[in-house]
Design a protein around this ligand. Structure first.
Ligand SMILES: *Cc1c(COP(=O)(O)O)cnc(C)c1O
Length: 381
């Protein structure tokens, strides 16, 4: 099956349940005992094995081209149990220096409390990996594209380095979604998502994904079985519904974000634009080689500093000023006051996140309407 067909048909039970074309919601916490010998196989809602969990998990595994996939209560409910599974006390991780804030905190606070240490590297410079390596290193962690500067790091080298040194390679692929990039096909061991974003695509639920080889996913599932961060069957149903239009939505996000970045580059009131689809972006060659499209996230600096950025944010009318991404609505934020407010000004400066940077999560509106709205919000040329 091709990708679009998998979105519709993969994982859907055959024969259909009661002839229902859409898989119904099994709003039942428990199921008849079927002679299972292992606790984790008993059919019980917290063990993530209702028909809704299994169907959406199989669909996502087909999309990511992995043996198995597990859905969780949020992106963080996928990331934290995955890291807790792979990093026992006393072990060490290598991670890219710019990560989703919640993930970074798991490394620097929660795992640190358990005696797990992390060395942050610039994964665009793989020559720095070797110096970070220790006898206790177990894992290397990156994101497909970083937020908000959309860096595309040396993903192939990360995989090769992990294989050479027996590390587990883990990637958060939220910003690409399997419509744009399937990391397991390039050798990544574990693929994580915040399904709150593109996978569900409607800004109306929280969910997460862990995908990879069956034994690895099962190990994370056992941890999740104990920690309890499971997805509710109704949310499974909504996620499965959202997934069916993923390729249509991503195609639109890809095109509109590219058009909007080109418009911003050409605008005299804009100083700088970050989007991997632009030939001038440092990660462009890698994005063009690996990704079907560069996704819906971009960032820019207006001319005129923080005042100009705030003027833009309060002047856009179609775009809502809100965090998150991946939904139908275009959302704009200033990362220094939202996603990266938890970091100090020095930490942000080191990552290149200036106070005047505006992040745009491009939605599904008509390109012309967004361009008109951005044009009026940027003020007279
Ligand atoms: C949103 C996000 C997360 C966290 O996901 P939640 O669903 O909010 O828990 C993790 N990684 C990335 C890249 C994200 O954008």
């Amino acid at each position: 099956m091709r990708f679009s067909t998998k979105l519709v048909h993969a994982g859907e039970p055959r024969p259909r349940v009661g002839g229902s074309v859409v898989l119904p919601i099994f709003q039942s916490s428990t199921f008849e005992y079927g002679g299972q010998s292992d606790y984790h196989d008993i059919r019980y809602i917290r063990l993530s094995n209702t028909p809704n969990h299994e169907a959406v998990g199989e669909k996502i595994a087909a999309l990511e081209e992995t043996e198995a996939a597990l859905v969780t209560a949020s992106g963080m409910a996928a990331i934290a149990p995955a890291l807790l599974t792979l990093l026992p006390p006393g072990s060490h991780a290598i991670a890219h220096r710019c990560l989703y804030g919640g993930t970074r905190s798991v490394f620097t606070e929660d795992l640190a409390e358990l005696g797990v240490t992390t060395t942050f590297v610039d994964a665009s410079h793989p020559e720095t990996f070797r110096a970070a390596l220790r006898p206790t290193t177990r894992l290397i962690y990156v994101e497909t594209m970083t937020n908000p500067l959309l860096e595309v790091v040396e993903l192939d080298v990360v995989v090769a380095f992990a294989k050479e040194h027996g590390l587990t390679s883990v990637i958060d692929s939220t910003l690409a979604s399997p419509a744009n990039f399937r990391p397991a096909t390039r050798g990544f061991d574990l693929v994580l998502h915040s399904a709150t974003k593109y996978l569900n695509g409607h800004s109306d639920l929280a969910a997460g994904v862990v995908a990879g080889k069956r034994d690895l996913v099962l190990r994370v599932k056992h941890k999740l079985d104990h920690l309890g961060g499971i997805l509710d069957p109704h949310a499974c149903f909504l996620l499965q519904r959202g997934l069916k239009t993923l390729d249509l939505r991503m195609d639109r996000h890809n095109r509109t974000a590219l058009a909007l970045s080109r418009f911003l580059v050409a605008h005299p009131n804009v100083a700088e634009v970050h989007y991997p689809g632009l030939e001038t972006h440092p990660g462009h060659a890698r994005a063009a080689a690996w990704f079907q499209g560069s996704g819906g996230l971009l960032s820019f600096r207006p001319r005129g500093g923080v005042a100009a950025a705030d003027r833009f944010l309060s002047s856009v009318t179609l775009a809502a000023s809100a965090p998150s991404l991946g939904g139908p609505e275009t959302l704009v934020t200033r990362p220094a006051t939202t996603s990266h407010a938890g970091q100090t000004a020095e930490e942000r400066a080191e990552l290149g996140i200036t106070d005047d940077l505006v992040r745009v999560a491009v939605g599904l509106e008509a390109e012309e309407d967004l361009l008109e709205d951005f044009a009026q919000a940027l003020g007279p040329r």
